[in-house]
Design a protein around this ligand. Structure first.
Ligand code: FAD
Length: 475
């Protein structure tokens, strides 16, 4: 928290930058902004615990205003926490050292749709669904459809290196972002030109993609567009076990087929999410596939994929479970059906590994997490030619708050340790935030020192989102 003198000087000066209506010191606003979609924060609030609050919440309208706010914060050594949609799951927007929450929601313009190059230039605060619907009206899709599409914005997508449910075909946000504008801690504005690629040294924009507000504020981006697919076909296959399902996925990619959706549910996740609507054998694993494009191309891809699945022991379920998932994929979240009660808490550890390690990572993590009396269910989604991610979902319930929070921590500690031991990487799409901050150094190894040095150069006063991405805190 800021001392009252610094707070009042800052408030006065920020009012002159964004106008009095666009900065708040109201406690109710601060309480509402004190958490994101991190399940532990939500469980703590439910249990009556309080979380750190921001001193001010500021809503800039332009890159110039962002730059002025950062200059001021840098001069007064005040922490700045960028806020996108606030739907991150890792506590990235929590103002752990107070200061300013810089909320980009007013910067929500679609600036330009370039039909010739198939690009869209946007301000960082545009909400995912608003952008998608706007480009849909022009016959395009961004191809970026995370389940948080209705709650997150473009700046948040880029800051967390997010991945959409169709990333196997269209790519992840780092593939989709061609141009970027960011503001550094000292207020300087950096523009990375939108080009398909370049060979003028390292790709600077990739340094900012995934930086979670610790290096810069993202203010604008230029994203790729794709023509809306003429056809989207669904196919579902049930496998006797995880092993045969993963092997079929690997072979589908090896054959050069790129489905838009690839999701393999383990027996527990199949039982919970599929068996309530479809007749599936106990212990089986449902694979959901989708294919996008012209009818002829899609038909060939579907038939190659189906042939591979059947050769690997699958039972054909037609389009049923896959189409059902697609049509109901937001039901669980809007409004959320995840609300737990009492001292229960659930979360997801989304990890990524290459095919040679994926299955071992899955089994070892599951064992490590279940050792804490957690219910664990998983699906393999966001699959690629060389490997893919596992979405390890857990729930744990205890008699009192301190046992619940310590079980939660134990599940994370041991789950991540098992992932790293077996050669996986601890986050595929959700980022690091506060939840994974303490494991960052183990994940990066000696490379972490380089990241720290970059941080020291770009943000010598440590004002940018302190305490996140393993970047330590402030005194
Ligand atoms: C129901 C639900 C479903 C989800 N599904 C997916 C999914 O399918 N795929 C996926 O990848 N993720 C998913 N997520 C996680 C989350 O929504 C993503 O991580 C998303 O990218 C976060 O965007 P946001 O705008 O909500 O970011 P926020 O929560 O506001 O911020 C996240 C982090 O980014 C920083 N940040 C935000 N905006 C900026 C900016 N302009 N400049 C610099 N830093 C910034 C913040 O400081 C913070 O550290 C899901 C979350 C929920 C709750």
């Amino acid at each position: 928290m800021l001392d009252s003198k610094t707070k009042s000087v800052l408030l006065e000066r920020i009012r002159t930058v964004v106008g009095s209506d666009h900065v708040t010191v109201n406690e109710t606003d601060a309480i509402l902004n004190a958490h994101d979609a991190n399940p532990l924060s939500e469980a703590k609030i439910r249990a009556g615990e309080s979380l750190p609050l921001a001193d001010l919440i500021v809503f800039p309208a332009s890159t110039e205003e962002v730059s002025k706010v950062l200059k001021l914060a840098n001069e007064l050594r005040v922490p700045v926490v960028p806020v996108g949609g606030g739907a991150g799951t890792c506590g990235g927007t929590l103002p752990v050292y107070g200061g300013i929450q810089l909320d980009l929601k007013r910067m929500d313009k679609v600036i330009l749709i370039d039909n010739q190059s198939m690009l869209v230039q946007v301000q960082a605060g545009v909400v995912g669904i608003d952008l998608e619907e706007e480009v849909n009206r022009q016959g395009y899709t961004t191809g970026h459809t995370p389940t948080s599409l209705r709650a997150s914005n473009v700046g948040g997508f880029i800051a967390t290196r997010s991945g959409g449910s169709m990333s196997s075909l269209y790519g992840k946000i780092e593939d989709l972002t061609l141009g970027l504008e960011v503001v550094l801690a000292d207020g300087s504005v950096i523009r990375c030109k939108a080009v398909p690629r370049h060979s003028v040294g390292p790709d600077l924009k990739q340094l900012f993609i995934g930086s979670e507000g610790t290096l810069c504020v993202i203010t604008e981006a230029t994203l790729r567009l794709f023509p809306l697919p003429k056809e989207r076909r669904f196919r579902s296959m049930s496998f006797p076990d995880v092993h045969s399902g993963l092997e079929a996925i690997r072979l589908i990619f090896r054959e050069g087929v790129l489905p838009s959706v690839v999701r393999l549910y383990d027996p527990e996740d199949t039982a919970l999410h599929v068996s309530s609507h479809f007749d599936v054998e106990e212990g089986s694993c449902m694979l959901m596939l989708a294919f996008d494009g012209r009818a002829e191309k899609v038909a060939v891809e579907e038939s190659i994929a189906a042939e591979i699945c059947l050769k690997n022991g699958a039972k054909d379920y037609g389009e049923g479970p896959s189409r059902y998932w697609w049509e109901h994929r937001y039901d669980m979240y809007y409004p959320t059906k995840f609300a737990t009660s009492g001292y229960s808490v659930g979360d997801t550890i989304d990890i990524v590994a290459t095919y040679d390690k994926l299955e071992n990572v899955y089994h070892e993590m599951k064992k490590a997490m279940e050792a804490h009396d957690a219910v664990v269910m998983s699906h393999f989604s966001h699959m690629y030619p060389n490997g893919g991610s596992i979405y390890m979902i857990f729930f744990v319930s205890k008699e009192d708050a301190s046992s619940a929070w310590s079980a939660y921590k134990g599940i994370w500690d041991d789950g991540v340790a098992a992932c790293l031991r077996m050669g996986g990487t601890m986050s595929h799409q959700h980022g690091v935030g506060t939840t994974r901050s303490t494991y960052t150094e183990a994940e990066w190894g000696s490379g972490f020192q380089v990241l720290r040095q970059i941080k020291e150069v770009l943000d010598p006063n440590g004002i940018m989102n302190p305490g996140k991405l393993g970047m330590g805190g402030r005194s």
